[in-house]
Design a protein around this ligand. Structure first.
Ligand SMILES: O[C@H]1[C@H](O)[C@@H](O)[C@H](O)[C@@H](O)[C@H]1O
Length: 625
């Protein structure tokens, strides 16, 4: 070895799991040549290093995570607030059902497009600028929504907000993952998901609070998002770019400075060298020019990571979270909560449950790891969906019959149905009945008032009063004494989904791609999430119409079984590994049922640690064992 390379040290062991690393040191199979003063560095040493750094995470890391996760908050707030705003908007602006649907789904559609194109922006402009851009877009969107004079401008505002959500949803997890130390990465990225569900919860509280304001309450609901958006924008003016992105762009000085700043007084040389070495290796591996997505597809490990990432996001949505959340108000009505105001507040309780159980995920992710957490969550989610389905089945079987058949001036299809179940599955009809305790009597199936689904088009239920003996109008649900099973299913569902299947797809995706493929990989998987979000919400009512509610929930349970098989087979554990080492988990066949390393022989490689007069070309002399 040349004398100018006087200082060598062990840089990185591809430890795929801590226990394997330990085994290596026991076996003494790998000799770690060149470790200072004759010390043979072992993978165990590395683990120790990780463990020791875990004791002191600089406060600045939490500041970074907080300001980044405001992007998650806005994602949750803007997707959650619209249901409450719509209740007021449809009256004030006389919105047809089509317009209501357009205003809700335009945001999700725009998010899908923005997430897919965000990959390019992310790689080109960097994570920080993309987050600044997203918060700027959120602010503009919030202002447009709060001053919108008509529904067309509202639509523009909703699309603008959707663009912000799309960019934030794919950038924020990547940014947090890239600035976090490995031992805490999972937890910090999962905080972003906590902020998503937190945003949904606050949105439901704001909806509840402003629902009393007959005129213009929706302007506050939609406009309030400007506050966190501006806060994030201002915060990010002072926060640094991801050191990994900087290094990739060749801005090594800045990268080293940022790394020192975010790691506090801990030594950053090893981490810096490791990232640098990986970028060089990745450069060779990614090879040449051309579209990144094509390179991802051609390169086995990244192709497999993409399948895992997109699969997780697809199954997250196919598990029916947004249907369950959206449908919770109706579920609660079935349970006997007849007052609309009360239903709004109870829907807030649903999103609070989702939020609280996401905290459990933040706590568990570094303790049990991503894989076990996702598997456990899916298992419970599947069981809860089955319970929900059974609740709906029992309700359908004991559905109250139609006993009154008033003359129908519209000659609608509603008069043909013999039970509440059949009546409520037709979107044009509702069930009008009287109640004595749990006994239903004097019931009829009549057309719904198109302008306001809260009333029938004509007859007893078209102008109900608050009086105790006035008939009850049930649209979209039937009175049932099995509602407690459905309620229990709903709570269990959220308790199981929120810690695992809610956050893990975002967390895992931020980790599994090598740097060159990270923006594009996350853009694709976030895009898949949004596309399936639209698909599931748009198809739910149709599926329910054809398969009934219990059929729809049995279908979701079946999809969760597929998700379980997929996760069991294909999701490796990424806990505790350096981002740069995670690609190795995808070297072997796609599905190895959790065996973390496809190769039994672990690879150990060394690179030189540079002195002050380091030249980037030094790395070409790296020894790779
Ligand atoms: O991870 C989030 C979270 O679980 C939300 O509650 C849900 O609405 C989103 O669709 C999902 O991506």
């Amino acid at each position: 070895m040349s004398s100018s390379y006087d200082e060598y040290s062990f840089n990185r062991v591809n430890i795929l799991m801590g226990s394997r690393g330990q085994k290596a040191s026991e076996d003494g199979q790998q000799s770690l040549t060149g470790a200072p003063s004759g010390h043979r560095a072992t993978p165990g040493d590395l683990l120790d290093q990780d463990a020791s750094s875990s004791s002191s995470t600089p406060a600045f890391m939490y500041v970074l995570a907080f300001f980044s996760a405001l992007g998650g908050f806005l994602f949750g707030y803007d997707t959650g607030v619209v249901s409450g705003a719509m209740l007021l908007l449809k009256k004030e602006m006389n919105l047809t059902t089509l317009w209501q649907e357009v205003l809700v789904s335009s945001t999700v559609g725009a998010a899908a497009i923005a997430a897919l194109s965000g990959g390019f922006l992310n790689g080109w402009l960097g994570r920080r600028i993309c987050i600044l851009l997203a918060s700027f877009i959120f602010s503009i969107g919030g202002v447009i929504l709060s001053i919108a004079p008509d529904k067309e401008v509202l639509l523009v505002g909703r699309i603008v907000v959707g663009l912000g959500i799309g960019i934030a949803s794919m950038t924020v997890p990547v940014y947090i993952a890239e600035v976090s130390p490995p031992h805490q990465r999972g937890q910090l990225v999962t905080i972003n998901s906590l902020f998503i569900t937190g945003g949904q919860f606050i949105a439901s509280v704001v909806d509840g609070a402003f629902s009393y304001m007959r005129h213009g309450g929706w302007r506050y609901m939609l406009g309030l998002s400007v506050v966190p958006a501006v806060l994030q924008f201002v915060g990010f003016l002072f926060l640094p770019e991801s050191p990994r992105w900087l290094l990739q762009k060749g801005r090594s000085q800045e990268a080293r400075q940022v790394l020192s700043r975010i790691r506090g007084d801990q030594g950053v040389d090893e981490e810096y060298d490791h990232i640098q070495a990986s970028i060089e290796e990745e450069g060779k591996e990614a090879g040449g020019g051309g579209l990144v997505i094509m390179k991802i597809l051609r390169h086995g490990p990244t192709r497999r990571a993409l399948v895992v990432g997109c699969g997780l996001q697809m199954f997250q949505q196919l598990s029916g979270i947004n249907t369950v959340m959206y449908y919770s108000a109706t579920i609660l009505q079935m349970g006997g909560v007849r007052d609309v105001k009360q239903a709004i507040w109870l829907a807030a309780a649903t999103s609070a449950t989702n939020f609280v159980f996401t905290m459990l995920g933040v706590w568990l992710v570094e303790r049990v790891g991503r894989r076990k957490l996702t598997l456990g969550s899916l298992f419970g989610t599947g069981l809860s969906l089955t319970l929900l389905a059974i609740g709906f089945l029992l309700s359908a079987q004991s559905s109250p019959p139609v006993t009154l058949h008033p003359a129908d001036p519209q000659n609608s299809t509603c008069r043909l149905y013999g039970s509440c179940e059949l009546c409520m599955l037709d979107p044009d009809c509702g069930f009008c009945f009287q109640e004595n305790g749990t006994r239903v009597f004097d019931s009829s199936c009549v057309p719904v008032n198109e302008a306001s689904k809260e009333h029938a088009a004509w007859g007893r239920c078209s102008n109900q009063t608050e009086e105790a003996d006035s008939p009850i109008w049930a649209y979209n649900y039937c009175p049932t004494s099995y509602s407690w099973i459905i309620l229990l299913g709903l709570i269990l569902y959220l308790a199981f989904f929120a810690p695992g299947m809610g956050p893990m797809p975002w967390t895992v995706n931020s980790e599994i791609f090598p740097l060159w493929a990270r923006s594009t990989g996350n853009a694709c998987s976030a895009g898949v999430n949004w596309i399936f979000n639209v698909l599931v919400s748009l198809t739910f009512l149709h599926i329910a119409e054809f398969l009934t509610y219990y059929g729809a929930f049995f279908l979701y349970s079946g999809l969760v079984v597929l998700a379980l098989l997929f996760v069991y087979g294909c999701l490796p554990e990424t806990k505790g590994l350096q981002l740069e080492d995670i690609e190795n988990l995808f070297m072997g066949p796609l599905c190895t049922c959790g065996a973390s390393s496809p190769n039994d022989r672990r690879q150990v490689h060394y690179i030189r640690v540079k002195g002050n007069n380091y030249l980037p070309s030094d790395n070409e002399a790296s020894d790779v064992d």
